[in-house]
Design a binder for this molecule. Sequence first.
Ligand SMILES: Cc1ncc(COP(=O)(O)O)c(C=O)c1O
Length: 420
Amino acid sequence: MFDVGKVRRDFPILDLEVNGKPLVYLDSAATSQKPRKVINTVSRYYRKYNANTHSGVYRIAEEATEAYLKSKKKVAKFINASGIEEIIYTRNTTESINLVALTWAEQNIKRGDRILISELEHHSNIVPWIMLAKKKGATLDYIALNKEKTALDDASIEEQIAKRPALVAITQCSNVLGTIVDVKRITEMAHRVGAKVLVDGAQSAPHMKVDMRYIDCDFFAFSGHKMLAPMGIGVLYGKRDILEEMPPFLGGGDMIKTVSRQEFTFNELPWKFEAGTPFVEGGVALGAAVDYLKKLRMESVREHEKALTKYALEKLSGVKGVEIFGLPARDIDRRGGVVAFDVIGVHPHDVATIFDQEGVAIRAGHHCAMPLVVDVLRKPALSRMSFYIYNNESDVDRAIEAIAAVKRKFKISDTLKLQV
Ligand SMILES: Cc1ncc(COP(=O)(O)O)c(C=O)c1O
């Protein structure tokens, strides 16, 4: 049984007061808070076995190497990869995607090839492909949103995949609309036309069970900091046979087997892609974060977030003068714990500032998704609340009260006609 009260007690930051009010943290899509178990793991690492990995033969260096390796085993199991050879540690989702763009795509994308992404993407899954397409003379295509602007349009998926792209790079969950994409189905369709598939799992891996062998994608990228681990540790999953064929990413120590004056041979997987001293405490703490999430069970994490998001959508839809984006509450099965909204007539930065005065942390802006927010939704910015395991209904109630404070401050009456 998921006990949110018990979970909350594991997060020391939730004891904070902001502007004289208990902190309500509704910005987990940007980064998650950290439980004591993860904080203590980092602290213990520095107190008990800090040393550089791989090359040391003394006890604490062996301990550090062993702990780093063990964390990869945990991550491999967490996402059902076939082994640690398929788990490359990077800094974050952004670096994971760039790694694929600068190695696999650099080697395989040719002039005239098509790269397919979607209108839901975060800049991290747009900009590397714009850069690559320009460099290679490739074409960058977009799967369009449906006419309600809530989810990908099925006809557009079919139409774009029929153009036989060489690569499909797609998010599993939008950080703006919360829409969950059926990446398994898109992977199947893409493989049928010979494309490789990269899934951006930044907003899915922390919140639901993700299974590499079920999805069958070729690459999967996610960030530790959005799933309870420190900032600076990210993951790129890649299918072993594809990683074997790829050229290395950065050159330097650890990624090599031998070096002569003019030549080098590279190390085996996954070390081939990890040059230089790794972020050992980050990796070890990611292992602790995975342990914590596994204990909660990812199915329960998802159920908790579904219930809370449904509650938020229902509450918000009762507030006059607020426009809500994304799928409605009845489609909660296809929606993650992200709710973007607009208090009509008030700039989202003002909304977020007043929320902060009320002790409620939300994000406002284009959410690093300008093609979606500005071009498709036609908004300069949006307010966004996003949930995680430690949020409860009382947090949503505090957000609703904060909206009332915004409306009071801007003298917005409840009888104002909503123009959308
Ligand atoms: C869907 C999505 N992709 C990629 C990223 C980039 O993550 P990071 O900044 O950790 O690289 C984010 C971050 O918000 C995201 O929401």
